[in-house]
Design a protein around this ligand. Structure first.
Ligand code: UDX
Length: 442
């Protein structure tokens, strides 16, 4: 192995794999990315990102076309042969009972194991996918050893290195993390993986592989719980004529709490929080230590999007009305529709007899797939045209600066601000009825 810069293999060019691979290449590492979808490989090699992430196109142009440090392939052997450290970045989707499906990880461990058996060099396999505690040292280790005829921690390295990337901020999160967690089966695996992060100016935590897996779940579950907590406080504030924004500010100024993840609204969505809380809850039940907190976090989040529909229904009958949704993605700066509150809101509105139109500045193709039952629009004026009322679902910058004049075509002048994003005073002064989640507006 080359002394200064280990070569990296990335298995799976989804969100985590592609961002991590591009950022490692930007740090000067030679990166080979493997995927099974030819179109993705082709696009990556042309520096055309198959996912939307702020800054990723520019980064790919640099590392693929200019520096030639990142290359994608369909050939697993090429990816493994050209790597000293191999990251498994494959999806671990939720099953119906909330537990995660490890089929992709298991199949990959079998394939990597076979190839490991054919090479003489020492390589480190790193699980980056979010997996339940015990997966790396259990099933992954077992399959790698069975297929290769080699021993982890001796003939090859094995580690677990969770990611904490937020969509829309993934590149800066990768470059400036709060911490790097490396769980490993032995010291040598740890030392190898640590070399990738030698330029990072943050704590590097050495743990067992199972603790690393648990850190990822516990972090996401804590943040999700913080959101459900403030949403419950918001619901109480509404009844007591208190603005939850003021409360969150006062609470967040306590250094022990921090102001982040205290924004009340229609609830959390996305690829991680719902899935990870469900998975950890499922683990807690499997080991006979059912988590009441996680159960409540999920229950609160399931009902939170419906608060906006309840508020609207308290102001007007919904049957036969046309409701415009501003924002469809699960959060701003992404086109991701996974577990987006907009889907629950739209379904409920339709169930109540309303017609739904939606507009999202970026999530167009993805929203058309996730929400085929609504009318999709291409601009704010188009979505508002012919609408009776509006629900703001995603706090895109484009919506934050909307003025009453921009919403003048909304026939009943009713707005539900599900993200506390609009200047409600201006709208009220202009004659609108605007209800803001977590605030009782008389
Ligand atoms: C999250 C984690 O933050 C990240 O560490 C992990 O690796 C993946 O999951 P992401 O899903 O990209 O990242 O989004 P994030 O910005 O954390 O927001 C998650 C959801 O919570 C969004 O729906 C967002 O709108 C909601 N949210 C967030 C709130 O409702 N209130 C808040 O205060 C913060």
């Amino acid at each position: 192995m080359e002394a200064s810069k280990p070569r990296i293999g990335i298995i799976g060019t989804g969100y985590v794999g592609l961002v991590s691979g591009s950022c490692f290449a930007n740090l000067g590492f030679q990166v080979t990315c493997l995927d099974i979808i030819p179109e993705k490989v082709e696009r990556i090699n042309k520096a055309d990102p198959p996912i939307y992430e702020k800054g990723l196109k520019d980064l790919l142009e640099k590392v693929v076309l200019q520096d030639k440090l990142l290359h994608a392939t369909l050939d697993r052997k090429e990816a493994i042969d050209n790597a000293d450290i191999i990251f498994i970045c494959l999806p671990t989707p939720s099953g119906a009972d909330g537990s995660i499906n490890l089929d992709f990880i298991k199949n990959e461990a079998i394939e990597i194991g076979k190839l490991l058996g054919e090479v003489d060099e020492y390589k480190v396999i790193v699980v980056k996918s979010t997996v339940v505690p015990g997966t790396t040292s259990g099933i992954v280790r077992q399959l790698l050893e069975e297929q290769s005829g080699k021993t982890a921690g001796q003939d090859f390295g094995l580690a677990m290195n969770p990611e904490f990337l937020m969509e829309g901020l993934a590149i800066s999160n990768f470059t400036n993390p709060d911490r790097v967690v490396i769980g490993s089966v032995d010291q040598q695996s740890y030392d190898f993986v640590k070399r990738l992060y030698s330029e990072f100016n943050c704590p590097i935590l050495k743990t067992s592989t199972s603790a690393a897996e648990m850190i990822k779940y516990a972090s996401n579950s804590f943040l999700a719980t913080k959101i459900s907590f403030i949403n419950e406080i918001a619901n109480v504030c509404e009844m007591l004529d208190i603005d939850v924004g003021e409360v969150a500010e006062g609470v967040g100024l306590d250094d022990r709490i921090s102001p982040r993840f205290l924004r009340a609204g229609v609830g959390f969505g996305g690829s991680c929080f719902p899935k990870d809380v469900k998975a950890l809850y499922s683990v807690s039940k499997a080991v006979n230590r059912e988590s009441n907190i996680l159960k409540a976090t999920l229950a609160t989040n399931a009902s939170q999007p419906l608060r906006s529909v309840e508020l609207l229904a308290s102001l007007m009958p919904l049957t036969g009305k046309t409701i415009a949704l501003l924002g469809l993605a699960f959060k701003p700066d992404t086109d991701d529709m996974r577990e987006a509150p907009s889907v629950i809101i739209a379904e409920k509105l339709i169930q109540e007899g309303a017609k739904v139109k939606g507009y999202d500045p970026i999530a167009k193709e993805t929203a058309e797939i996730a929400l085929p039952q609504i009318q999709h629009c291409h601009s704010v004026p188009e979505v508002l045209e012919g609408s009776d009322a509006v629900i703001l679902v995603t706090e895109w910058d484009e919506f934050k600066n909307l003025q009453p004049i921009d919403l003048s075509s909304v026939s009943q002048k009713i707005i539900i601000d599900g993200r506390r994003a609009l200047n409600w005073k201006e709208f009220r002064e202009a004659g609108f009825i605007i209800k803001v989640l977590g605030q009782s507006v008389p």
